[in-house]
Design a protein around this ligand. Structure first.
Ligand SMILES: [Zn+2]
Length: 83
């Protein structure tokens, strides 16, 4: 009766697909949480009256950059320095 104990999980293709999809969903969730955290920080800056100002150098962030990245906290100069 040895075949009884041998659970064949590793060779279950559906099990692997589900694991893969879970990992992908987890990745999407992580991205969404990061974006949400940035938006929350942006909302705080709106209340502070500091929204649209670079949090590193204090310069005004360009309108085009704010349109493209509404939650950004740094101007294009500081952002390009760190990357
Ligand atoms: Zn800056």
């Amino acid at each position: 009766m040895s075949s009884w104990t041998g659970a064949d999980d590793e060779h279950d293709p559906e099990g692997q697909t589900i694991a893969f999809e879970r990992a992908q969903v987890q990745g999407l969730l992580d991205d969404a949480r990061r974006e949400l955290a940035e938006l929350v920080r942006a909302a705080v800056r709106v209340e502070d009256g500091t929204y649209g100002r670079c949090e590193r150098c204090g310069a005004a962030i360009g309108d085009e950059r704010l349109v493209a990245l509404p939650a950004t906290a740094t101007c294009i100069t500081c952002a390009s320095r760190t990357r």
